[in-house]
Design a protein around this ligand. Structure first.
Ligand code: FES
Length: 354
C-alpha cells in the first residue's frame, strides 16, 4: 500500500511504498531532499514530521534526543510512513545546495554503443552516493592518465547508478583508457557534481531540448528527470549528429514517443561527415541551420517555452538564431557545452563561416 508524502517547504508530493524509506521514495521521484550516508549515521537527512505517522524500518547510529523526537525529528533514510504525512526537510533547489563530492565507484558496465561512442555505467557505494541535479557533469580521474569531464546521462532518480557517454578520441586519453581497458568491477574515482545546466522545476512551461552528438547525455538526464516528476509538459527533443551513428540511442528516443504523453522527437542525422562540413564551413553552417529550421517548423511562437541546449558553441549559436526568430525569451534559453568531446571540428569550422 502506498502513502503520500508532502513537503511543506514547496508542497511537492511523492508516494512511498510499503517497506520503502522516505529517502528512497524521494530519490525515485526525482526530488532532491538533503542526505549523506543513506544509512542512519550522518544525520544529514534529518527532517521534522508535521503530521501523520512514520516508523523506523532500518537501524540508525545517529542519535535523536527525546526532546527532538517529541518535536517530530526523524531520519528520512531509515523511516517508512504508515499513513499520509507532511514533513519539513531541506530540499536542494540550486547547485549551491549540493556539496562537491569525491567518490570511489565501481564499474558496472562498459558497452560500445556505436563505433566511437561508449556508455560507462558506474555504481556508487551504498553509504556514499553521488548527489547531483539532472544536467550536471562529473570528472573522472585516472592515475597516470589524467582527468576528463563528462555530463551525467542518467537521472538522479537512478539512485546509485551513474551513466556517462564517452566519444572516444585520441585527444582524450581518459576516454581511450575506459574504452580499451575498463571492465566490470574496476574502480574509478568520480568528482563532482559540476555545472549549472539544471532544470527549472518551478517554471512549469513547455520545453524544447536540443542535443548535438554526445550533448545528448546532459539532455537525456534532464528529460528523465522531468518525466520522473510526472509533470504534464509538452516536450520536443531534437537530436542532431553527423551521420546516423551519432544518434546512438535513436531507438530509445523513439520509444519515449510511445511511453510519454505530449512528447515528440526529431532525430537529424546529417548526411555530411565531420570532414565534409569542416572542409566547407559555409555549407556546414547552411546545412545545420536548414535542418534546425525544418525541425522547428511546427513551432510558430515559443515565447512560453523553456529551451535547453547541449551542443558545441557554434551549433548552439545557430539554434539560438532560430529560437530568437520564434520569440524564445533569452532568459529562458539554457546552454551547456558538450563535455568530454573536443572532437567537434565540423562545428568549429561552422563558426568560422559566420
Ligand atoms: S543520510 Fe545519513 S543519516 Fe540519513
Amino acid at each position: 500500500m502506498e502513502h503520500k508524502v508532502t513537503l511543506c517547504s514547496n508542497n511537492k508530493t511523492f508516494m512511498v511504498q510499503e517497506n520503502e524509506t522516505i529517502l528512497e521514495a524521494a530519490i525515485r521521484a526525482g526530488i532532491s531532499i538533503n542526505y549523506g550516508c543513506s544509512s542512519g549515521t550522518c544525520g544529514l537527512c534529518q527532517a521534522r514530521l508535521i503530521s501523520g505517522t512514520v516508523e523506523e524500518i532500518k537501524p540508525r547510529e545517529f542519535v535523536i534526543s527525546e526532546a527532538e523526537k517529541l518535536q517530530g525529528h526523524m531520519l528520512t533514510c531509515v523511516c517508512a510512513v504508515k499513513d499520509d504525512v507532511v514533513i519539513d526537510v531541506l530540499v536542494a533547489n540550486t547547485v549551491a545546495d549540493i556539496p562537491l563530492q569525491k567518490i570511489n565507484v565501481k564499474v558496472r558496465k562498459v558497452d560500445q554503443l556505436v563505433e566511437q561512442v561508449f556508455r560507462l555505467i558506474v555504481q556508487t557505494p551504498r553509504t556514499s552516493r553521488l548527489r547531483f541535479l539532472a544536467g550536471q557533469y562529473v570528472e573522472i580521474g585516472l592515475d597516470g592518465v589524467g582527468e576528463s569531464r563528462f555530463s551525467i546521462a542518467s537521472c538522479p532518480c537512478e539512485d546509485r547508478l551513474i551513466e556517462l557517454h564517452l566519444r572516444v578520441s585520441s585527444d582524450d586519453p581518459v576516454s581511450m583508457r575506459v574504452a580499451d581497458k575498463m571492465r566490470m568491477g574496476d574502480n574509478l574515482v568520480l568528482s563532482g557534481p559540476f555545472g549549472e545546466f539544471i532544470y527549472d522545476e518551478n517554471a512549469n512551461r513547455p520545453v524544447i531540448l536540443f542535443a548535438f552528438d554526445t550533448g545528448f547525455a546532459a539532455i537525456k538526464s534532464l528529460l528523465e528527470h522531468i518525466t520522473a516528476q510526472e509533470q504534464e509538459l509538452h516536450i520536443h527533443l531534437i537530436w542532431m549528429s553527423c551521420g546516423r551513428d551519432g544518434l546512438y540511442m535513436h531507438n530509445l528516443c523513439r520509444s519515449w514517443t510511445d511511453a510519454f504523453d505530449n512528447f515528440s522527437y526529431t532525430g537529424i542525422a546529417l548526411d555530411e561527415s565531420i570532414k565534409q562540413l569542416a572542409d566547407n564551413p559555409q555549407l556546414g553552417c547552411a546545412t545545420v541551420e536548414a535542418h534546425i529550421m525544418q525541425a522547428m517548423q511546427s513551432h510558430t511562437d515559443l515565447s512560453c517555452h523553456d529551451v535547453y541546449v547541449s551542443a558545441p558553441a557554434p551549433a548552439t549559436k545557430l539554434f539560438e538564431n532560430v529560437c530568437r526568430k520564434k520569440n524564445v525569451l533569452m532568459r529562458r534559453f539554457f546552454t551547456e557545452p558538450v563535455r568530454g568531446n573536443e572532437d567537434m571540428s565540423c562545428m568549429v569550422s561552422v563558426k568560422s563561416a559566420n
